[in-house]
Design a protein around this ligand. Structure first.
Ligand code: AMP
Ligand code: MG
Length: 356
């Protein structure tokens, strides 16, 4: 099915069996230096030919992304790592064997063929091989590595359905491939393999526990668990220094022991309600009934962080649609995917965090 919003074409594709005709339309746009939003297993990405600086510039413009925030390069064949990089440490092969295709991005020394616009001026390049069938087909068919950050306006929650992309980018990009909701819901884990031990720069869809099993010792960059903004000059991954994932509503994150968290969320919510504000609560199935008089949305069961990761960005945008002014979010343990979800919620809150 084809449609158009503000001049941006939208084509529906089958997520498990992408129609080759539609993939070719998208690949042709990419080969000619255009921009295409497409689903990956993490979130929707906004793609352009990674080796064409003018094409990559269009991504920065469409997203209003600061030019020093580098873009992940997506490939469909492991061989491509060689031509995109200057140096590949031995451990990288173990990583790609275990985690590719999948939600893991690897930072390596860049080769000369990677334009500096793509790397935000850095001498490293971030590479990932996605597993989503549509992403995979699109990259293979276009025959070039695809630079693709999340397909949202800079600073907004990442898009997990095509409607989020339309909301932010219709009229700014050439095409959107709509294959329904993404499965992981948070972005890829970014690991810097130019360092020894390797450093996780951004927690994401591949857990640090899984990475440790393969790599042994790894470090978490302080920003991964930061409860306040880290100083700009100390950010090795420029994406770290910008406000991120933020809905229009103010977000307040409450962290601590479960019972205390519920009490605190209710208490702060009540204060805002007294001030006449419209309040929303981001919670879990098990705690839903603890709250009343407010818009309550559940991430799923507390024991199913996969569901929470899948739902978190979508729910933040839904609160905006419901006209909520203040979102109170419950914290969760930073185990498994909890590390990535807490990282996103802390940033979405602009580090307005209440510890109980
Ligand atoms: P996104 O735009 O949402 O896909 O985010 C991409 C993330 O990868 C950002 O946090 C970037 O800062 C990070 N990134 C991309 N390339 C590099 C690189 N060469 N070195 C360090 N971080 C990178
Ligand atoms: Mg992003």
């Amino acid at each position: 099915m084809h449609s158009e919003v503000k001049g941006t074409r939208i084509i529906r594709v089958n997520p498990s069996k992408p129609e080759i005709k539609s993939i070719r339309v998208a690949a042709d746009i990419l080969k000619k230096g255009g921009t295409v939003a497409f689903p990956t297993e993490t979130v929707y990405g906004l793609g352009a030919d990674a080796l064409n600086p003018e094409a990559v510039m269009k991504i920065f413009k469409a997203k209003e992304r600061p030019p020093d925030n580098p873009i992940i390069v997506h490939i469909s064949c492991k061989e491509d790592v060689k031509r995109l990089t200057a140096e590949v440490p031995e451990k990288v092969t173990k990583l790609t064997e275990r985690f590719w295709p999948g939600p893991l991005t690897i930072v390596l020394k860049a080769s000369k063929i990677v334009p500096r616009v793509t790397t935000g001026g850095l001498d490293t390049v971030a590479i990932r091989m996605p597993s989503h069938k549509v992403a995979f087909a699109l990259i293979s068919e276009s025959g070039v590595p695809i630079a693709a950050p999340s397909a949202n306006l800079a600073g907004r929650p990442s898009p997990t359905i095509a409607e989020h992309v339309i909301e932010d980018l219709a009229g700014r990009i050439d095409l959107i491939l709509d294959a329904g909701p993404t499965s992981v819901g948070v972005e890829s884990t970014v690991i810097d393999m130019t360092m020894n031990p390797p450093v996780i720069l951004r927690p994401g869809g591949t857990t640090s526990e899984e990475l440790r099993k393969v790599l042994g010792r790894i470090r978490l960059h302080p920003s991964v668990r930061a409860r306040r903004e880290i100083k700009i000059e100390r950010a090795p991954s420029p994406g770290m220094k910008y406000r991120h994932y933020a809905p229009k509503a103010e977000v307040i994150l409450v962290e601590g022991e479960l019972d205390a968290v519920i009490r605190k969320v209710q208490e702060i919510a009540d204060e805002y309600i007294r001030e006449g504000k419209s309040v929303g609560i981001l919670t879990f199935d098990e705690n839903k009934s603890a709250y009343n008089q407010v818009v309550v949305k559940s991430l799923g069961s507390r024991v199913d962080l996969k569901a929470a990761a899948k739902n978190v960005f979508s729910l933040l945008r839904e609160f905006d649609r419901d006209g909520v002014e203040v979102i109170m979010a419950e914290g969760m343990p930073e185990r498994g995917l909890g590390l990535a979800i807490m990282n996103r919620l802390r940033k979405a809150s602009g580090y307005r965090i209440v510890k109980t």
